[in-house]
Design a protein around this ligand. Structure first.
Ligand SMILES: Nc1ncnc2c1ncn2[C@@H]1O[C@H](COP(=O)(O)OP(=O)(O)O)[C@@H](O)[C@H]1O
Ligand SMILES: [Mg+2]
Length: 516
């Protein structure tokens, strides 16, 4: 077959305008966010065990709060009873509650032992919580990364066509980071805080529900004040960020076009424009600080008011109990209730601030760190995209074991009635009823103007794409029936732009062969 013959075949080339291309590249299918539990889909058995250990650690660690509070309160009662006993003996009164010095020392000794055990448990449980959750997260991200890369490298070429190539790699690493943030989320901390709040409140109610209710009465105000403050602060912080960002954009634009700015003497004008963008940031910042100050004032005043109310009511109850010779309320119990409610409040606050909505700080403004709660939601959205790709079945599957692997191979190549258009531009026919037969041993050059479809033919032989109709036959086998891995192993390609991988020349040469 001569060179001329080739050009006789009907090759069609229509230049699709670039607008079509853009429209096509943007139609990524929307996937629904995965559920919270599905985030942990790629957790292996050991990861689940790790997370289980983490959960146990967080529960144990949070139990330390109420236990320590109870211990502290009982120490107070021991002190009070010892003092009472001393006074009673001095005044020659007989009292059933009297404690001798030896009994006092014994009680303190017992409490010390319990405290020591508590110390060991707290150390251990905090260690478990903060070690095993991140360990499981790291493992899962490792699995996801490998599965993801494996799956990406299995996809057919047209799948890559649909990805805007340039930022694909950088977007992938940003996406994976987002999923990691979600998995590594303060899950342990959340469990820890919730359990601590519940246990502390239960303890307080057990020791004295009346006083607990009174001390708690102030909490709705504190909660509302905190919530309002956070919301307002966040909205000002957002405005601040936006304003700093737009000022930053101005600076970037000006500096990157500094020659033009100098040429037109636009320096003063640009400084003005920069300042105009900075002003809203400053205003928001001032307002934010004002709100923070006001909020803190309200917060602490309600807190101290609550305490004052609690102490007044607690003392009243204790005196009442003493007069009735009952131990419904003792000083120790008051201490326990106070500490328990305070601990509950502290844990609610730290849960709110550290898990649900940490107010962005200046350092975070640069790093676009989202609130943790949002981080989980973002991870769920991104995980959907990533998991979708991991599970995607390629239309042309290189990992498939099926297909013929003929023993003899002489390489007669035949294109039969091929119709082809690229999946990304289906309206542009590249090949229409294309026929060509190349016998084994023949040397054939395909000649034609740039863009007439020469490279497309090579890609059809490599089975990067499948024709819409017709087929490519090698030694009489339709290449769709051949094993894909085997087929590509038989073909040597020197591309227009040679690619060198970042390794030695020797390894570069041997990369294509599995047994080199
Ligand atoms: N991946 C692709 N997606 C969409 N259109 C493509 C793709 N690759 C090439 N084309 C278009 O197909 C036509 C044939 O391209 P090609 O076979 O590379 O021509 P050449 O004969 O210069 O090697 C050209 O119009 C080109 O723009
Ligand atoms: Mg070409």
């Amino acid at each position: 077959m001569s060179l001329l013959d080739v050009t006789v075949y009907k090759m069609k080339r229509k230049q699709a305008n670039s607008k079509d291309l853009e429209e096509n590249t943007n139609d990524e299918p929307k996937v629904r966010a995965v559920s919270f539990l599905q985030l942990f889909k790629y957790a292996k058995r050991e990861d689940k065990v790790f997370m289980g250990i983490g959960v146990i650690g967080s529960i144990l660690a949070s139990m330390s709060w109420p236990i320590l509070n109870a211990l502290f309160g009982s120490i107070v009662d021991v002190f009070v009873n010892y003092e009472k006993g001393r006074n009673a003996t001095l005044n020659g009164i007989e009292d059933i509650d009297i404690i001798t010095s030896e009994e006092f020392m014994g009680e303190v000794y017992n409490l010390s032992i319990i405290l020591f055990i508590g110390w060991v448990v707290i150390t251990l449980s905090n260690y478990l919580m903060t070690t095993f959750f991140p360990l499981a997260a790291l493992n899962q991200i490792h699995t996801i990364k490998i599965k993801y890369f494996e799956s990406v490298l299995k996809q057919e070429i047209s799948w890559f066509d649909s990805k805007s190539s340039g930022d694909f790699a950088s977007r992938v690493s940003a996406d994976l980071k987002r999923v990691e943030d979600g998995l590594n989320e303060k899950l342990g901390l959340a469990i820890y805080s919730i359990v601590a709040v519940c246990l502390n409140l239960i303890l307080a109610f057990i020791y004295g529900w009346k006083l607990t209710l009174v001390v708690l009465a102030i909490s709705p105000f504190t909660a509302i004040a905190t919530a309002i403050m956070n919301k307002v602060q966040a909205s000002f912080a957002r405005k601040e960020m936006e304003s700093y960002a737009s000022a930053g954009n101005v600076a970037e634009e000006v500096i990157s076009a500094v020659r033009t700015v100098y040429a037109f003497g636009g320096e003063a004008k640009e400084v003005n424009r920069y300042e105009k963008n900075l002003v809203p940031a400053m205003r928001s910042g001032i307002k934010r600080n004002f709100i923070t100050g006001l909020g803190n004032g309200v917060l602490y005043s309600t807190l101290y008011f609550g305490m004052a109310l609690g102490i007044w009511f607690g003392v009243k109850l204790t005196i009442g109990s003493m007069e009735e010779h009952s131990d419904e309320y003792t000083i120790g119990k008051i201490v326990i209730i106070f500490w328990s409610v305070l601990s509950a409040g502290y844990n609610i606050e730290s849960f709110y601030l550290r898990v649900i909505f940490p107010v962005p700080t200046r350092s975070k403004i640069q790093g676009a760190a989202a609130p943790h709660f949002e981080a989980i939601n973002m991870a769920r959205g991104t995980a959907a995209v990533i998991f979708d790709i991991i599970e995607r079945k390629p239309k042309i599957d290189i990992s498939s074991k099926s297909g013929k692997t003929p023993q003899t191979f002489s390489a007669d190549i035949e294109f039969k009635d091929i119709h082809f258009s690229y999946p990304m531009r289906p309206e542009v026919n590249i090949l229409e009823t294309f026929n060509l037969k190349i016998n084994a041993g023949e040397t054939v050059a395909l000649v034609g103007p740039s863009g007439c479809g020469k490279s497309t033919l090579i890609q059809l032989i490599q089975r990067f794409y499948d024709p819409i109709s017709g087929g490519v036959f090698i030694d009489g086998h339709d290449i769709k029936d051949l094993n894909l891995g085997w087929l590509r192993e038989q073909i040597g390609v020197v591309g227009q732009e040679p690619v060198l991988f970042d390794t030695s020349i020797k390894e570069n040469i041997s990369l294509g062969s599995h047994n080199a």
